[in-house]
Design a protein around this ligand. Sequence first.
Ligand code: UGA
Length: 459
Amino acid sequence: MKKNIAVFGTGCVGLVTAVGLADIGHNVTAVDTDLNRVKDLKKGYLPFYEPGLKKLMKSVLTAGKIRFTADSSRAVAENDVIFVAVGTPSRPDGRADLSQIRNAFDSIIENLDSGKTIVIKSTIPPGTVRSLQEQHSAELDAAGGQIVFCPEFLREGTAVHDFYHPDRLVIGSSSGEAARLVDDIFFPVAGKLDVPVLKCSPVSAEMIKYSSNVMLASRIAVVNELAEMSEAVGADIHEITAGVGLDKRIGGAFLQAGPGFGGSCFGKDVSGIVAAAEYHGVDLSLVREILTSNARQRQRPAVKLENAVGSLRGKRVAVLGLAFKAETDDVRGSAAFDVIEYLINKGAVVRAHDPEAEYNFIRAFMKKGYNCAGGVEEALRKADAVIILTEWELYKRLTPQPLIENMRGRIIIDTRNILNEKLFVNEGFTLFGTGRKEQKPKARSRNRSEFVNAAIVSM
Ligand code: UGA
């Protein structure tokens, strides 16, 4: 049944949820405190790059199914269900910063009347719903309001696809009625696809969200350590993950070795649960190690290059990929920060490229010793080496030609294992992948006429 829904927050989760809910038939008001952002959204301009979102946004905007506002009081007054999808970034001590949640709640609670349901989508530490309920119990009781935690599992870069194809719907609620309402809201997606719906307590739902990201982050941390071991013993991580993944208990997804995980979620949520555990007197020592291990992985591409060339001083390095993964312009937590920082600290000169994320990277990393090239060939020009950090299609399609034409050196660090090794090795490049042996060009065997010439010269 069609519902009137307000969505607080227009970041990746908020905006994709708002646009998706509008597309599946609800009447949506998206709320943001940033007036400029609201103005842009009203015109259909997106604040970030997310495949498929522009088209969907245009269609719901044109059909009048969504509107954007900075007027939170009115949005609460005029809607029955209030989604909260604001940011919960890390504080310096690793705990989640809940100030945006509190601000959103202040304006929601002030305007709460007759049986509204608040659905939190933001990732929140275990116990947050309970403490919000306690803090606002008088207002919630008076208005018959409910708080539900419905964790979001979409990934940047495939967020629109993930909205329509969830693996599960988790609804954490102490009210059966509020849980049914959320189930109904997502029925056009989850119900039609027969997606499993798990109804549980809010605190279990909060733990499900953190635990999912901990499991995923640990998987990547482990695969990256196994990749390091593979390099040492001359094995190939692709063969290993193919073999390991065939065990149905393990499965083959999410086993790509790379330059360490990045993004705005894994690091934040692993730190978040470790800090929350400390508060509860629990020592998550193994989970904490994920961060230490990942930090080391993120240095490895630059260290590999340093070992290959001896000294980085004065070397020109092309870095391809600044986004933390492909299909996004998000640079938060990107391995590019660690790699470029290492290179410039050791005296290298870096020219970087990214098809979508250069602007965001330059804004976030204002340091001397690097610049953005605006084009792949430009980044490669006179480079001694190239480091590929993001698995963009553009880089997957690279052939040796532009490298031969532009670079002065012949070293490639392919952290995502996306290049065809043979192709590059045959053209004289030395290639360092992740979790596989370094590939060097074979010493060229002299052909018959070269032997004859050599014999003539030596006579
Ligand atoms: C992650 C989770 O996958 C989502 O389910 C969750 O909703 C989201 O966090 C969140 O909590 O909001 P996201 O950070 O957008 O999503 O991206 P992922 O695709 O999970 O990638 C995270 C990092 O892991 C990236 O740096 C990526 O390159 C890396 N990765 C991923 C690997 O190195 N190998 C893999 O096999 C998969």
